[in-house]
Design a protein around this ligand. Structure first.
Ligand code: F6R
Ligand code: MG
Ligand code: MG
Length: 365
């Protein structure tokens, strides 16, 4: 058996309570029962089920590696069962993110988002799982840059010999379907040329200079997969912590300053990403503002010891307050940019259908 452990976080919106604001307890229970069964059958080592807003997240450990067909198929079946529960309860958007009728070997490109990493477990292995709602997959670019490349955020980049060499950033161009790897700090200006445009370029993974996996994100863009607007990506990011990686507090620090992201109402607005405790991840004001939660675990022999609800801490109160102030300020713009997304991004919403009606009425200047 492979001595390495795999952490797989796979998430999908399979129905909301009420509207798109939160999740029904029965979905968490349905998923929990199925993951518990898989644990007893030794298909997985351990699991934790949670939700951020209307997105159900399956956090699983196993020894089968990333992109494992059996694990992906199992997750797909769990989502299908939960979608059925959601349908029976008449929940909103039941089965929304399950874009295909049948499983085809990988859950990639079928609607759900996923972040996976396989590694040799250290003597003590702290990991953080970040989950967001009402935003898109590029939302992690800024916090990842700050945590892994910015010495004003991460003291270890200066102070710790194990971080001083920096990291490698694997960046995906999700529209051009290509990838590139940048060395940090050597190439941070080149890196920022691209990741500063998070709707197209996304940090997919981060490695140490010795090629150890540090972090992985979901880069699935629902609209690009479905070819139309079906909801926002609501992405996930997982990171190892301490030792050769940023400390827990260095990974959390980027979320102390309100970051403007795309998403919010109808996936069409710019708004602040608010770090909250799990119990507060129920976006309701103008279907938002966008949320991020973070669960911390100690991974021990593949078992998930925890979780700790990392943003359940008064030291994030000011960040939340700043987000509320920014939310008010952005809302004042109503249907005007920069609150509403630029036209290029609106292509992936339902607005083009409205514009189509007026096509004939436009006359040449
Ligand atoms: C954003 C989101 C919601 C919906 C909105 C309209 O990611 O999910 O803001 O876009 O509530 O939903 P529908 O079109 O389902 O009525
Ligand atoms: Mg939804
Ligand atoms: Mg959602």
């Amino acid at each position: 058996m492979d001595s390495k452990v795999t952490l797989s976080v796979i998430k999908a919106d399979v129905g909301g309570l009420v509207g798109h604001s939160s999740i029904h307890q029965d979905l968490l229970e349905e998923a929990g029962n199925r993951l518990d069964g898989a644990k007893h059958q030794e298909k997985i080592i351990d699991y934790h089920v949670t939700a951020c807003g209307d997105d159900l997240a399956l956090i699983m450990t196993h020894r089968k590696g990333a992109d494992n067909k059996e694990i992906h198929q199992f997750a797909w079946e769990v989502f299908e069962a939960c979608a059925e529960t959601a349908k029976n309860l008449g929940l909103y958007g039941a089965g929304q993110d399950l874009l295909s009728d049948a499983f085809s070997g990988t859950i990639r490109g079928m609607g759900p988002g996923l972040a996976e990493m396989e590694f040799e477990e250290r003597e003590s292995e702290p990991v953080l799982v970040f989950l967001a709602d009402k935003t898109s997959a590029g939302a992690w670019n800024l916090p990842l840059y700050k945590a892994f490349a910015d010495p004003f955020n991460t003291a270890g980049l200066i102070i710790s010999p194990s971080l001083h060499d920096g990291f490698k950033f694997e960046v995906h161009d999700v529209k051009g379907h290509k990838k590139i790897v940048f060395d940090s700090p050597e190439e941070i200006y080149d890196l920022l040329v691209f990741i500063g445009a998070p709707s197209q370029y996304m940090v997919k993974a981060i490695y140490t200079k010795k090629d150890e996996i540090a972090a992985a994100t979901s880069t699935e863009r629902l609209s690009l997969t479905a070819g139309k607007y079906v909801g926002k990506d609501d992405p996930v990011y997982i990171s190892r912590s301490q030792g050769a990686f940023p400390a827990v507090g260095e990974l959390l620090e980027p979320f102390t300053r309100a970051q403007l992201v795309e998403g919010w109402m109808r996936g069409s607005h710019t708004g602040p990403l608010m770090p909250v405790a799990v119990r507060e991840a129920n976006p309701s004001r103008f279907d938002g503002p966008p949320r991020v939660i973070c669960l911390g675990f100690q991974l021990t022999g593949g078992h998930l010891i925890g979780p700790r609800d990392m943003f359940d801490d008064p030291s994030f109160d000011l960040a939340r307050q700043e987000c509320n102030k920014l939310a008010d300020h952005m809302r004042r713009h109503g249907p005007f940019e920069p609150h509403r997304l630029p036209m290029e991004e609106m292509e992936y919403t339902t607005m083009p259908q409205v514009m189509k009606r007026l096509e004939q009425r436009w006359k040449p200047l």
